[in-house]
Design a protein around this ligand. Structure first.
Ligand SMILES: NC(=O)c1ccc[n+]([C@@H]2O[C@H](COP(=O)([O-])OP(=O)(O)OC[C@H]3O[C@@H](n4cnc5c(N)ncnc54)[C@H](OP(=O)(O)O)[C@@H]3O)[C@@H](O)[C@H]2O)c1
Length: 344
């Protein structure tokens, strides 16, 4: 029997300008599952991705590359699930698919919009993490945007997070001579070195990036992979080598800020050091995905890359997982498991 209703997370209100989001802005509700149309699938979600980009999508007005959430509507985002009903689709019942209709236990999706994943080749969590969009973001940022060369010194902020942990491991495996990170707290600093292949790291809560970065990289940085913006970006700019590259991936320290930071005042450093600064959105680089999946699946199999994840169970705790991730509650990929019968 296929279910007729599903539980999902709805946006009740938007955060006030400059304020962090709070649990009362969200609710878990039960709503009817729409009838399947031609070519559609009914998917029972196994796990879903918790992403910093959702913070921006809580605001009014659309971003450059995605749509924002609407009050009264369910949230969405990457998820993996098992097909439990299909209508005129070439994807069979039982297939495991990755799609964009997370934040609900059951989803109706177009068969043409999903990717079938091999749940025997890697755990389903990895297909959302190091083998999924976050790993792919790290791959694009290190290779194409950062233009990593063997022997480079690389600095990565939010080093213990999903993108940062993958970026550090990839940079080392691709021949960087020194991979340096920043993370919040001594435990994360130890973990990035022990688990993710970093050579050294700083605790930005205990030491200012402006002091720590020249201490970690006295000869300068070739590639800065920026996940957080703010003081980290300023410190990196002041310590880039001539001709270095800055990959602007995200700026989580600024997502709840009201207005713009003063980082732009430091851009003269990019002039003086002939630095290339390039922002990117991962979805513009799909041509790199086959080489990414082949290489990283091999590294996962050989144990050279760790599919680290922080798993929260149940849709009732999904908002906690999201708000916790924004405050640094995760190591590796933040996931919510929706079907506890699956190991992820
Ligand atoms: N450009 C793209 O296409 C693309 C795609 C995916 C993600 N991104 C971006 O990549 C970045 C990382 O995303 P993710 O999914 O891997 O998230 P994540 O790093 O797993 O989680 C966010 C981490 O940010 C850190 N953080 C929070 N506030 C901070 C602050 N004020 N200063 C420094 N660090 C702070 C926290 O770690 P600590 O405990 O260390 O503070 C937290 O664990 C985000 O900026 C995201 O928007 C961009």
């Amino acid at each position: 029997m296929t279910p007729s209703t599903t539980r999902l997370v709805v946006l009740r209100d938007r955060p006030a300008p400059g304020a962090d989001p709070t649990p009362d802005l969200f609710a878990v509700e039960e709503r009817p599952i729409p009838e399947l149309g031609d070519g559609q699938l009914l998917v029972r979600n196994i796990a879903m991705s918790v992403d910093p980009s959702m913070r921006g999508r809580l605001e009014l007005g659309d971003k450059q590359y995605t749509t924002n959430f609407q009050i009264g509507d369910p949230l969405d985002g990457s998820a993996i699930g098992e097909v439990i009903a299909a209508k005129a689709s070439d994807i069979s019942i039982g297939a495991v698919v990755r799609h964009r209709a997370g934040w609900r236990e059951h989803a109706v999706v177009d068969g043409s919009s999903v990717v079938v994943v091999d749940a025997d080749a890697a755990p389903v969590g990895a297909w959302l993490g190091v083998l999924g969009q976050t790993g792919f973001t790290a791959w694009v940022g290190i290779n194409r945007i950062g233009e990593l060369r063997a022997g480079d010194t690389v600095f990565i902020s939010a080093a213990a997070g999903a993108v940062g942990s993958a970026a550090g491991s990839f940079a080392k495996l691709l021949g960087a001579s020194r991979v340096l990170g920043s993370a919040g707290g001594a435990a994360k600093v130890a973990q990035v070195v022990e688990q993710f292949g970093y050579d050294d790291a700083m605790d930005y809560r205990a030491e200012s990036p402006l002091d720590a970065v020249p201490r970690l990289a006295p000869d300068g940085i070739d590639v800065y992979f920026d996940n957080v913006g703010g003081p980290h970006l300023v410190a990196a700019l002041h310590n880039m080598k001539i001709g270095g590259h800055v990959a602007l991936c995200g700026m989580i320290s600024q997502y709840s800020a009201d207005g713009r930071g003063q980082d732009i005042n430091h851009l003269i450093e990019a002039v003086l050091r002939r630095v290339t600064i390039r922002g990117f959105i991962v979805r513009d680089h799909e041509d790199m995905r086959p080489e990414f999946e082949d290489t990283v699946a091999g590294w996962l199999r050989s144990g050279e890359v760790d599919s680290a994840q922080t798993v929260t169970d149940g849709i009732d705790h999904a908002v906690e997982a999201f708000l916790g991730m924004l405050r640094g509650g995760n190591v590796g990929k933040a996931l919510v498991r929706l079907d506890s019968s699956w190991a992820i």
